[in-house]
Design a protein around this ligand. Structure first.
Ligand SMILES: O=C(O)CCC(=O)C(=O)O
Length: 275
């Protein structure tokens, strides 16, 4: 295992994120983009709303990304050798839309305890300040979970539009990535992203998240796959590896997982958002 260098690991421990980490080639990143754009063309709506989640269950190409050795080595440096994939999400910002992500902490509503998990953001396209890359508030992962306002803004790419207010932009670090590079962030780090002001799409394929096998789901039920090591705890349901793009079994398996995910996302909320 290669994994993160000591410097990268210290950065993660001190700041709550590490970036950029080399993972895929630009050709592999383009393969993901092509797969996304093929699905959008051949199955309109198939990646929208709740269906932007668990997309590694409907495509062998997306599934392969989750098993990428460079990514898993980096993840292993943080959470140890017994690793489950417990979700994927697409964060797409098209140039003509007003999509943004309010500042939030991932651990707030997801019910994964303890916090032995990490999120990997795979740059499918380049991500930079012009096209609305993520911004991290360094060190904020050391603080408690904060109050989030549930705003449900139409252009917010988060489920409830959950927002931590009064985050000073000039105290945040931009996560600038080339297509194929990844960043890794801690469950409690405060992060968000602004508008895409470029004339191309900004696409993030987010493995949300890799969890240690010792991590339970305290709100609902989650579908996982083993990425590395051994699962002695068996806390979760297992989903099948996809063999065929958008096959019947693959779509059924995604739908089942998303039905449960939706219950977790909106647990205790009076309103249901569009994702
Ligand atoms: O893609 C973005 O801009 C935000 C993604 C995000 O919040 C996350 O990966 O946790």
């Amino acid at each position: 295992m290669t994994g993160l260098t000591e410097e990268q690991l210290n950065h993660y421990k001190n700041k709550g994120y590490v970036s950029p980490v080399s993972a895929l080639t630009s050709i592999e990143a383009k393969e993901i983009r092509d797969e996304i754009e093929k699905i959008e063309k051949d199955w309109p709506g198939a990646l929208e709303g709740i269906n932007r989640n668990y997309i590694h269950l409907i495509s062998p190409i997306f599934n392969k990304v989750c098993l990428n050795k460079n990514i898993l080595d980096a993840v292993e440096s943080i959470i140890g050798k017994n690793i489950l994939i417990c979700g994927t999400t697409l964060f797409i910002k098209n140039p003509n839309e007003r999509g943004f992500v309010s500042f939030h902490q991932d651990a707030k509503y997801i019910g994964l305890e303890p916090h032995n998990w990490v999120t990997v953001w795979v740059a499918v396209t380049d991500a930079n300040e012009k096209n609305g890359c993520m911004r991290m508030l360094p060190g904020s992962h050391k603080e408690d979970l904060k109050t989030h306002k549930q705003k449900f803004d139409e252009n917010n790419l988060l489920t409830r539009g959950q927002t931590i207010t009064n985050v000073q932009l000039d105290r945040t670090d931009p996560i600038i990535l080339k297509a194929g590079q990844v960043s890794l962030h801690h469950p409690k780090i405060v992060h968000g992203s602004g508008l895409n002001q470029s004339n191309d799409r900004r696409i993030g394929f987010v493995i949300q998240s890799y969890i240690g096998t010792n991590v339970n789901q305290v709100i609902g039920k989650m579908y996982v796959q083993i990425a590395r090591g051994e699962d002695k705890y068996k806390y979760h349901e297992y989903s099948q590896t996809p063999f065929e793009l958008m096959g019947k079994n693959e779509v059924t398996s995604q739908n089942k997982a998303n039905e449960e995910l939706s219950k977790i996302f909106y647990s205790g909320s009076k309103k249901i958002g569009k994702f």
